[in-house]
Design a protein around this ligand. Sequence first.
Ligand code: PHE
Length: 378
Amino acid sequence: MRKLNWVISFLFIGFMLFGCGQKPSAENEILIGEYSSLTGTTATFGLSTHHGLLLAVEDVNNAGGVLGKPIRLITEDDQSKPEEAATAVTKLITRDKVKAIIGEVASSRSLAAAPICQANGIPMVSNASTNPEVTKKGDYIFRVCYIDPFQGEVMAKFAYNSLNLRKVAILKDIKNDYSVGLAQFFEEAFRRMGGEIVAVQAYSEGDTDFRAQLTSLKAANPEAIISPGYYTEGALIIKQARELNMNMPFIGGDGWDSIKLLEIGGSSLTNTYFTTAYTADSPDTLVQKFVKRYQERYKETPDAMAALGYDAGLILFDAIKRAGSTEGAKIRDALAATVNFNGVTGLITIDSERNARKPAVVIAPIDGKMTYKETIQP
Ligand code: PHE
């Protein structure tokens, strides 16, 4: 009994010291919100982003914070669901009174949250949503990644020029704004170059059996399959295709950039490629420093979302410094004026549409490793 009392007092003291101490307070800290898929179908997107962002917060706070105050990050899990993303940003804005918001990776979730940030005059910076519609939601909505009209063109160039393909088929996720958009932009660019789309099939996020669609694509005899979607379905699609003796190249976009792709896809990933924002293989000293620090802290190599999460944080904190204020409109103006910011995903300039102009890289996930192939400039 005495022992139990001790434990209770100990827990109580701990709560007083740490629990209360952590209460966010707007006077002596700058509160920044993050909505992220920490659980659910694309949990690695959210966790990677969160880890990258934590390093950015650590950097800025170690350097004395922003406007003389430390940054405090308040994170809400949206469970990989668009409805929850809307709820999460509403909470961050109305309950926590954050000054700006970072998120999301998935375009469908950024599209659900952006109108709420815009209506409240709270700047939102997406780290990795590439669908063009996201930043069209208003002048408070920014991103630090490239957009899909560019990514679709990069995929088409790689298919047409580097792999010499002329007839391809598309397998897209019709429940996913990113996938539908990227499929369309690829198709437009590939046709413009003189290529042909011989078949198109669709699935829905969460599906696990793609044999019917693959069999139908196989009948059209494509030289390669373009599969813009997320890593879970992407890896299963490739595995099942190989079982059906479809050994042609598979090409995806940044939605494949997760260590889970390697885990699920294994050896079936031979002869597959995807485009993304960054490579941990870059010899750049800034990148190598980031990769080393991230590996030490989280025991894994940072993927694109982690790197973009880090950059999104740094760009936002830099904008607040330049704004000299935490007022929404002033942060927005400073974000819009971002020029040649040296991030781990390259030099970032925010254009007049509030998108980042930057190169893309092509990766081949071979032998359990993300292997860098080439860089394609905007
Ligand atoms: N670009 C994807 C989207 O807009 C998200 C994503 C980015 C996924 C980077 C993985 C890596 O939905």
